[in-house]
Ligand binder design. Sequence first.
Ligand code: ADP
Length: 423
Amino acid sequence: MTLAKQNPVLRRVLFISPHGSYRAAPFVAAAHELSLQPIIASWGKYSIVSDFAQGLWLPPQDTNAALSVIQDDAHRRGPFVAVVGTDDSTTELAAMACARLGIPHNPIDGVRIARRKDLARQRLRQAGVKIPRFWVIDLNRPLSGQMLGITYPCVVKPVDLSASRGVIRADDPGALRQAISRVQSLLQTENDAVQRDRLLVEAYIPGEEIAFEGMLWDGDIQTLAIFDKPDPLEGPYFEESYYVTPSRLDPMQLQAVAETVSQACAAYGLRQGPIHAECRINPQGVWIVEVAARTLGGLCARLLEWRTGKSLEALVLNQALGQRMGDVRVEGGAGVLMIPVPAAGILRRVEGIGRAEAVACIDEVVIQQRDGYELVPLPEGGSYLGFIFASGPGPVEVEAALRKAHRALNIVIAPLWRGAVVN
Ligand code: ADP
């Protein structure tokens, strides 16, 4: 990555990043590619990364002060052509900064709603978008009364976690009580009282699941990719595993997915930028599981690059600059397996990577967890062991290759013995 010097000719773009974000670097790289000057605003006190060191230091826990720092910099050193929150946790501040600087942006409450599952459900229900029945549980009040009226099967979930952490299916009141207490323990370390004390329970939606990746242009949604999730996701935990594109749904269903996601975005008030949604499809139609104002996370974003020929970060920047892209290409198929954590314990090693990479259509196997690290499966854990990427003539071949490559892996995990403290 080349480092941009202070260059008065380059247009400046501001990235707001939480301390330690792994998403900042690809955004900086994309800015350099588009001949923009990246500036990073963050809260970290010390930094050995020059791009951070040259950036703006934001005072923690003081939104107004942070916005003033950004505004002062724009006055002193020149305007920003775009302000982008690189991570979920900074999208709201980025929208606020855009509002102050007169840059087109999503309504701030729309961005906030898209991150809070309970508020999102309320908004979608008001707007008549197809969602399951839901109940908000206050963990400070007795459960019995709040459980009256809940139908089964249902799904319990935290209001602000991601990657299916704490999402548990319950088929009867006993299982629901157990699931609630398990999620409550998981939330104990949350700082925010609402996130700690509130849970969402939803009716279980049967059906096939897909992921939708799109871009909003002044309220108009462009589909970038629709991924089938070919493994049944029936619980009790909902591990992401296979994503394969193009989807094998029929064109009418694909159209219905884009329309339903578009209705949900309109309900939140979202008009600009990337959209990641999960939907379930059954004979009653397309149901919204979740719509988020962000891109597909982590390494999976590579699949979008395969579809569009541009890095995800470049797509986001182009949108922020109002440079609309043409239609995306749809030759062949591509997919990823987010390798699930098969059991709790200490990762000893992953064998068979060479064998897996030798499978036809497999592009790469990436093991993210290091040997010696503790693996925590769902619903408490939230990270994958790694990823297998594939591309080929079509989705059928890609899915078969991913399955074969996964079978070639031997994941060796040692049990974890926690020592008791003796006084
Ligand atoms: P997260 O944001 O943590 O990923 P989601 O609300 O998207 O949480 O739920 C994660 C997964 O759980 C979904 O992709 C889906 O497979 C399953 N799920 C969530 N809610 C429901 C529901 N009401 N009915 C059926 N499955 C659900």
